[in-house]
Write a protein that binds this ligand. Structure first.
Ligand SMILES: N[C@@H](CCC(=O)N[C@@H](CS)C(=O)NCC(=O)O)C(=O)O
Length: 193
């Protein structure tokens, strides 16, 4: 398998961590998004969306979208709960991540860390939504060590990617103690600390 990714990107790291956890063999091809390397004609042939992560599976088929890729890689593994309801809850978190967490927590980080925007100049709505997402995680982790029960799943992989670096966008996890403890737990479970 070939993984096209930018190591600055949490979306790309989700794929790396999942492949590593599962012991999959792959070539990592670094794509610098800040240099427009995901928008070249060659790259667009593979992923017309012009984004990383993207993979070429061993049989030559391409696949994009971080959460679709990790779902495919982890098929039949311990990272996906056996129980149908728990599996759906895992997907609930993963869809929520893409619509209500990543667009705020990751975008704030990108603007601060890579575009040099002072934290105080982040758009108020972005900050409000990022805080709401972190609070939603805090509430969701009140009763269980991982997002879906007692074991690490793809929900944790997807959500930890940008949560663990949320301070780089100005959001300290000190005010979200359950999230902070969970980040450590997931990092240890995935061996990414
Ligand atoms: N929903 C997509 C988001 C992919 C995405 O936004 N990728 C960014 C890096 S995190 C990218 O490739 N940006 C470069 C560009 O759009 O030109 C996923 O989860 O894979």
């Amino acid at each position: 398998m070939k993984i096209y990714g930018d190591t600055k990107s949490g979306n790309c790291l989700k794929v790396k961590w999942t492949a590593d956890f599962l012991g999959r063999v792959y070539d990592w091809i670094e794509v610098d998004i800040l240099q427009g390397e995901s928008r070249t004609p060659d790259f667009l042939t593979m992923n017309p969306a012009g984004q990383v992560p993207a993979v070429i599976l061993d049989d030559g088929r391409p696949l994009a979208q971080s959460n679709a890729i990790i779902l495919h890689l982890a098929e039949g593994s311990a990272l996906i709960p056996d129980d149908a309801y728990d599996r759906a809850r895992m997907l609930e978190w993963m869809f929520w991540e893409q619509y209500s967490h990543e667009p705020y927590v990751a975008v704030a980080r990108f603007q601060v860390k890579y575009q040099g925007k002072p934290v105080e100049e982040l758009e108020a709505r972005l900050v409000e939504r990022a805080r709401a997402a972190l609070q939603r995680l805090e509430d969701g982790l009140a009763a269980s060590p991982f997002l879906v029960g007692d074991r690490v799943s793809l929900a944790d992989v997807a959500l930890v990617a940008y949560t663990r670096v949320s301070h780089e966008g100005g959001f300290s996890l000190d005010v979200y103690p359950a999230v902070k403890a969970w980040v450590g737990r997931v990092e240890r479970a995935l061996d990414i600390a």
